[in-house]
Design a protein around this ligand. Structure first.
Ligand SMILES: [Zn+2]
Ligand SMILES: [Zn+2]
Ligand SMILES: [Zn+2]
Length: 125
């Protein structure tokens, strides 16, 4: 964990605590534009990821997204869950299910990124 939490770091963490959805860097920097500049947002996100607080992934457009971790530590990210993107509203959520990671001979797997696409709960009804 981060030893000393500054007010800015707390502000960012609070955004992730509010809902169980991933936030894109564009969304994050827009929301925080009155409180801190982009460079600060990127730096804090980096630190939070290294501390096991958030994890990140790219969508098919190359946009970076961040979401809250569950049970990760500074030494190891254990996020092997898939993500679900709604093609109607664009939101991405973490799915709380484990995806078995295959072991491949002579290869070392360091991260797993699975993006499922479809229609979310809100848009389907
Ligand atoms: Zn993680
Ligand atoms: Zn949707
Ligand atoms: Zn996730």
């Amino acid at each position: 964990m981060i030893r000393r939490k500054t007010k800015k770091v707390e502000t960012l963490i609070n955004l992730f605590e509010q809902k169980n959805e991933a936030l894109s860097v564009v969304d994050l920097t827009n929301r925080l534009s009155t409180q801190m500049n982009k460079t600060t947002v990127y730096r804090i996100l980096d630190r939070l990821e290294q501390s096991g607080v958030v994890h990140s992934f790219n969508d098919s457009n190359g946009l970076r997204w961040y979401a809250k971790c569950n049970g990760c530590s500074a030494t190891k990210h254990t996020d092997t869950h898939p993500h679900f993107q709604c093609t109607d509203c664009g939101t991405i959520e973490c799915l709380s299910m484990e995806i078995p990671v295959p072991s491949i001979s002579n290869r070392q797997i360091n991260s797993v990124e699975i993006m499922l696409k479809g229609t979310c709960e809100r848009c389907i009804s």
